[in-house]
Design a protein around this ligand. Structure first.
Ligand code: DAH
Length: 343
């Protein structure tokens, strides 16, 4: 019977074809040619009706065996190709290539400066205190000896929520809140957000301050000078010179502003013969306000009049701009990663 011979050589020829095959495409081409609907096996099956009823089951049985055999050959070849593909992928993998570093975030310059300053004061024995950003008139003004007609209360500066509820304009109210819940002696620094109705190149409606307060028996201006000098040298370097200039704040008496020798020109007022742009040729840069706590503030928290203390307040962005040479305050709040990633 021709069909039996044809069927027997089918698997042998397929094996030869598969030996030549080198891709999944080759495999598919062979499958269509041998087992496809119009393939060689199908062609043989088409001749079945012409056979006698004795021959037909024999050929049918043979055809089934051959089909199974062919399927097994295809499966074996397919597995070979899969394993070859894996090996070549492994060969192409270079374990010595550097890995791809995922983009890491970085700390905001405000955060860095706040952490650095708080760490310096913690070493000097201060602890960290905090207070609310939504504040009442009493703490923001009244208890700090700022009377109702004081210019600092002007609607221009303060963002009011209701008559006597406002966004704190400075961190000083936390002085009062801390003293209300703590007996002297105490020493705290208070980092936090403050708000003012002000917006231009050098002012943003929200910025950060750090307040400081030290109260005890026999605290004097000398302690204030010593602590603030240590702080300034910690942030701007051991060679920094410090100058206390007389000033006025309602909640301190006497009051002073602290200037440091310009870290760019070293106090000379010029850099390579050019006027210094940081200190505007004065040799000094203002960095904070301070003073001895006014007795009126102690009275508002019912402290005995035997205590004394000093307080200070500084702008975090101002320190960060000086320290890192940042020229534009708005960069702090635009959240451009090209800026933020530099610190
Ligand atoms: N609260 C003041 C301001 O926002 C800064 C300040 C000055 C705070 C002197 C103080 C101080 O504690 O003693 O401008």
């Amino acid at each position: 019977m021709d069909q039996i011979t044809a069927l027997e050589s089918l698997a042998t020829e397929l094996q030869e074809g598969l030996n030549q095959a080198s891709s999944f495409d080759d495999l598919e081409t062979l499958r269509i040619a041998y087992l496809g609907r119009k393939g060689r096996l199908a062609a043989i099956m088409l001749t079945l009706p012409s056979l006698s009823s004795e021959e037909r089951p024999l050929v049918g049985q043979k055809a089934n065996q051959v089909k199974e055999r062919c399927n097994a050959l295809f499966e074996k070849k397919r597995e070979e190709l899969v394993s070859l593909r894996e090996q070549s992928a492994l060969a192409r993998f270079d374990a010595s290539l550097p890995g791809r570093t995922p983009g890491l975030g970085s700390l905001h310059p405000d955060t860095l400066v706040i952490e650095e300053i708080c760490a310096i004061f913690e070493k000097l024995g201060f602890s960290i205190a905090q207070g609310p950003e939504v504040e009442i008139d009493h703490y923001n003004f009244e208890a700090l000896n700022i009377p109702p007609d004081h210019p600092a209360r002007d609607m221009q500066d303060t963002l009011y929520i209701k008559d006597t509820i406002l966004l704190r304009t400075h961190t000083s109210p936390v002085q009062v809140r801390t003293m209300e819940r703590t007996k002297p002696p105490l020493a705290v620094v208070v980092p936090g957000k403050v708000y003012r109705r002000d917006s231009d190149i050098t002012h943003t409606p929200m910025f950060h301050q750090i307040e400081g307060l030290m109260v005890g028996d026999g605290i004097t201006m000398a302690h204030l000078r010593g602590i603030l000098t240590a702080f300034v040298r910690g942030v701007f370097g051991a060679k920094t010179r410090v100058r206390f200039r007389q000033s006025f704040f309602p909640f301190t008496e006497p009051s002073a502003e602290v200037d440091i020798s310009c870290f760019l020109c070293g106090g000379k007022g010029e850099v390579n013969g050019e006027p210094c742009r940081v200190c505007k040729s004065t040799g000094w840069v203002e960095i904070l306000g301070c003073g001895m706590v006014d007795p009126a503030v102690f009275a508002s928290v019912n402290y005995p009049d035997t205590v004394s203390g000093f307080a200070f307040g500084l702008g975090v962005e101002r320190i960060a701009m000086l320290k890192y040479g940042i020229g534009d305050l708005r960069l702090f709040f635009e959240n451009d990663v090209r800026f933020l990633g530099q610190f």
